[in-house]
Design a protein around this ligand. Structure first.
Ligand SMILES: Cc1cc2nc3c(=O)[nH]c(=O)nc-3n(C[C@H](O)[C@H](O)[C@H](O)COP(=O)(O)O)c2cc1C
Length: 210
């Protein structure tokens, strides 16, 4: 299991001035290379108000200068934890390229219009699934879930407009640090981290020991 990573050095002069530009650069390379099935899959870690952590995979649906957006159920475990404690970490595990990106920041709910606009782009079945699932709640059987789905499918046949569920929506993670990790031979990996004191402040870059 001990793999030697072969790759070109990744140095300060290779970095974009802004970390979101750097993220876009790496994301395009990863997505374009075809080596990863879902390059937009990321691990989202949250902590409850007592500091107990939990992690799960979600799909990044949008990113821009403001941050990273994913959609979920606000009543889910992650949704409730982020409501009580907005500090969050995202991790992109791009193992086939010996790369990883780690973001820490603060999660804020996106506007309702942004949620509704994205919800409309989802396939009909996924729209119904969002209504059918009381995400993270305990359920007695799979059949109960299927029954809920079938009821909704009868109420909203294919082609009928499905409204966005009120408890469902997006979070935007506004970053305060973004680390770009590139694996190398002999464990001499590059770790370059952009950090800023606040969303209004400028970014500076620091190199971390691997
Ligand atoms: C590849 C992959 C993509 C996923 N994408 C999402 C997503 O975009 N939104 C979401 O709410 N859950 C997504 N899930 C399910 C979550 O991992 C998780 O099971 C769910 O959100 C409930 O998490 P929670 O109980 O910790 O809140 C995805 C799972 C996998 C494996």
């Amino acid at each position: 299991m001990r793999e030697q990573y072969r790759s070109e050095d990744f140095t300060e002069k290779d970095l974009a001035a802004d970390p979101m530009e750097q993220f876009a650069h790496w994301f395009r390379q990863v997505a374009g290379g075809g080596a990863l099935h879902e390059p937009n899959a990321m691990v989202v870690s949250t902590a409850d108000s007592r500091g107990r952590p939990s992690s799960r995979t979600v799909l990044l649906k949008h990113y821009d200068a403001r941050g990273f957006v994913f959609f979920t159920n606000y009543g889910s475990r992650k949704g409730r934890e982020l409501t009580a404690n907005p500090y969050v970490s995202l991790l992109f595990p791009w193992h086939p390229l010996a790369r990883q990106v780690i973001v820490t920041g603060t999660a804020v709910r996106v506007g309702r219009e942004e949620t509704v606009a994205y919800f409309r782009t989802r396939p009909h079945g996924s729209q119904l699934g969002a209504w059918a699932s009381d995400q993270s709640a305990v359920i007695g059987s799979r059949q109960e879930l299927v029954d809920r789905y079938e009821e909704l499918a009868a109420r909203y046949p294919e082609g009928e407009k499905v409204p966005a569920p009120p408890q469902w929506g997006g979070f935007r993670v506004v970053p305060d640090a973004i680390e770009f990790w590139q694996g190398h031979e002999n464990r001499l990996h590059d770790r370059l981290r952009y950090v800023r004191e606040s969303p209004e402040a400028g970014w500076h870059v620091e190199r971390l020991c691997p």
